[in-house]
Design a protein around this ligand. Sequence first.
Ligand SMILES: [Zn+2]
Length: 730
Amino acid sequence: MKKQLSKIALGVALLTAVTGFSQGDKIQPCNTYAAMEYYWKTTPGAKEKFDAAQADLQEKYLQAEKAKASGTNKTAAVQYTVPVVFHVLHKGGPENITDAQCISALNQMNSDYGRMNADTNTIFAPFKSLYINSDIKFMLAHKDPSGNCTSGIEHIYNLKTDWDQTGANSASYYSGICWDPTKYLNIIIVKQIIPTGTVTGGGTIVGYTHLPGQYAAGDLRDAIVYNNGFLSGTNARSLSHEAGHWFSLAHTFGNTNNPGVVCGSSAGGDGVSDTPDTKGNFSTCPASSTNTNYICTSPNPGNPNNYYQNVENIMDYSSCPKNFTSGQTTKMRTALASPTAGRSNIISAGNHIATDVDGLGNCTPIANFLPFLNSNISYSVCSGGSLVMKDFSYNAVITGYAWAADNGAVIAASTASTTSISFPNQGITTITLTVSNAQGSNVKVIQVMVLNGTAVITGNYMESFETPNVTPPNWSVGNPDAAVTWAQNTLSARNGVGSFYIDGSTDQFGQVDYLYMPVMDVVNNPNNIFTFSYAYARKTSAYMDKLVLQGSLDCGANWKDVVNLNAASMAANSGGVDPNPFIPGASQWVDVDVTQYPYWSDYMNTPSASFRFVFTEDPLNGNGNNIFLDAVNFTSPNGLNELTKIYKLNIFPNPSNGEVTIKFNLNDAATVGVNVVDVLGRDVLPATSANYGGGDQSIAINKNSTLSKGIYFVNLNINGTKLSKKLVIN
Ligand SMILES: [Zn+2]
């Protein structure tokens, strides 16, 4: 029907939502409008741009319909070939679906668009004749954007296999996955799409995409995101539905994700001449033309077909999608011939050569594998333990596997696709998989950290990174990308002259660098104090770098965040925003007391705790600024012990931002010395000593607020007995 979305239509959709239109566990073919509406709400001007692009396409479509009616466009349609690439996102689990499942879905799409389905004969009579071969063909691309041979089906290890409505419009989700959408139809296969936000209908969401004009040509978000559970058989008609959107089709019930609109109301508009009024059918398929659910309540005398809904239209939400109409086909072909969002380039002869859609795709395989400990991916293992290496190579049929490893690692099956490898020796161990076929070979290398589970830190410990160009004994650097990483330097230091740092100016976006500490005995150490110091500046306020201290109780098989510092808070406390390479001054170092964080308690009762510092460069912006680390300290100047209880030592307020009272109790008169030191043991207030009588006593310190923000220790010496308590100034 010809009507377009109006304010009334939106009102109806929202009213439907608030009056409790229940969608429960129903299958929601798509979340396209919810995703687009979310973008419009959060991006000023986006809706206007989209509407203008749609109006332009609609005008072109109406001209094409007119040409068709007047008989000037009766020649056979030129085939429009759309190069397709599937990006299967996986974490090494069953969500890493097979190539065959993608190809099966592609075949279903071609059947739907080519009118080649077995069930075409069962289409309700008024609409069977409207269903024509669209001459739109989907073909796997066989060259990637760099001109390399591709099968057209990528299998990408990606922790984000669950997408959501917010992610539909978040460039970071698509970055590193999608190829130029003016050359390829990108189909991102995800494990699930989680309904979030306020404009969603709930239920199981099968996919979403963006109509042309939502984004500028070439924007990586101009892709289809699709649930991997709906690829087989006619389930893949939901993929044809999403492609319909990508070719500019609206739902037959209008521009909304909420079917059940009023028949013949303006909510039903899809701008297509031969799709009848429809209310939209959610997960239902009325059995026959006599079923009143099949009949719209506002018959249009001018068009007898308008009396019936086209329940079986692929752009409805019914459970029996079977056809497009001739008008929808014209509209899709109009969008494909239009430069809007670069669609016309997709079908150009030049692009077919660039993407090699007619090629055979006989490629060299791309090697990939992951190390597993039990069912979890683990890049760490205790010495003497073993990991299972699972093959996730793709891009071709593989005829040869060859595993190799250094550092004395023992490979169980060096030519199998999957093998166990045992690690007798601690230290970084490099594992290599070479996959090959007649076309060539490809290599994947990873590093596994083999940790000695025996604690190295068993008493007071301070690492200040003083030895030039050396990683301290029992420390290790993990550098998966083999690019810039943690290194010793003398540019700045919290104590001494050396520290560790990452040169942010050469750190690429998204890179992760690890600095592993020696294994720590926490339970047998009375000094439950764990501090470190950092300094950091943000290159611009857009940088979302982060520094995390992670802990593990099983030689790194599982890591949990203990201290998670984001760019904004780190910069605010240290070097702020600085476009130049950051060299911290003395006042820009920040002390962190790990024991103040809730997850520290997980490690207090273990004789073997592993810790590592993880710095992650902003996922979108590389070449940021420097992060420094120093004074990793597991100690306290005088020790914390039972004496503080005996003397009822209390310090308050704590944390404080000004004067602090030290309160204690003496059985008898005594000489009491007081000094206050920082985490490096340096005096920060003048030491005092005086005689006190028996009973409760108190001493005020920091009266003039001379202590700057940080962690300190208040040390008391009572007739030679030393006790200590931590003080935080904030
Ligand atoms: Zn849809």
